[in-house]
Design a protein around this ligand. Structure first.
Ligand code: SF4
Ligand code: SF4
Length: 208
């Protein structure tokens, strides 16, 4: 267990709902859920989730901290907003799902093979390197995210698509050697560093 996870688990022992209220984006709204099940029935990904949003809200109240935070479920949310449009209590379910995923990531509790989390990290690393997405490098790192063998197989299967993208200038081969950047790259990095510090300070403060 990471130090931060241990500190938060100890501080909120027996009251996971309070931990969610204090640390997860719009987590206070979990209290408004009346367990009607409309979100579970409306979610197009529902059949593929281990726990539906309705069940996650019930588990938060039932103090199932580890089961929720180490779950794969909230990473399956595609942000379609079906649930928000239909919830009779107007819970911002989509935001809470992403908030729970972000919190689990901060505490280092994400399942290691979770593909959305892996892609999110690749995308973040790619974007923050120069302030602009390098699509060529992102595509390559995505192909190879599960190892060399699978990467070669995926690249071979998609070679026609890749060539067409190059031909129609949807992708530029020179992006492989550096790629374009925002004008003030160091200013951009300083801004990200400051934002990370503010976020980290807020969670550290909540752990005490
Ligand atoms: S639709 Fe809203 S009130 Fe009903 S279970 Fe889902 S979150 Fe709770
Ligand atoms: S926004 Fe996410 S949780 Fe809501 S219905 Fe769509 S996939 Fe399901």
């Amino acid at each position: 267990m990471s130090d931060l996870n241990q500190a938060l688990a100890t501080k909120y022992k027996g009251n996971f709902l309070k931990e969610v209220i204090d640390n997860v984006e719009e987590g206070d709204m979990v209290q408004m859920c009346m367990q009607c099940g409309v979100c579970a029935g409306s979610c197009p990904m529902g059949p593929h989730w281990e726990h539906t949003p309705q069940k996650i809200f019930m588990m938060i109240r039932a103090n199932k901290r580890e089961e929720v935070l180490a779950s794969d479920s909230m990473w399956m949310c595609t942000s379609c907003y079906n649930c928000i449009a239909r919830c009779p209590r107007e819970l911002p379910i989509t935001h809470i799902m992403h908030g729970l995923a972000t919190y689990a990531k901060r505490l280092n509790l994400v399942p290691k093979t979770q593909p959305t989390a892996k892609f999110a990290q690749l995308f973040w690393n790619n974007l923050t390197s120069k302030g602009r997405v390098n699509e060529l490098k992102l595509g390559i790192s995505l192909y190879f995210m599960n190892g060399f063998g699978e990467g070669v197989k995926t690249a071979m299967a998609n070679q026609k698509l890749g060539l067409n993208m190059l031909k129609t200038k949807r992708m530029a081969i020179n992006e492989a050697w550096g790629g374009h950047s925002v004008k003030d790259k160091s200013g951009f990095h300083a801004m990200l560093k400051k934002a990370a510090e503010i976020e980290s300070d807020s969670i550290e403060a909540n752990s005490k």
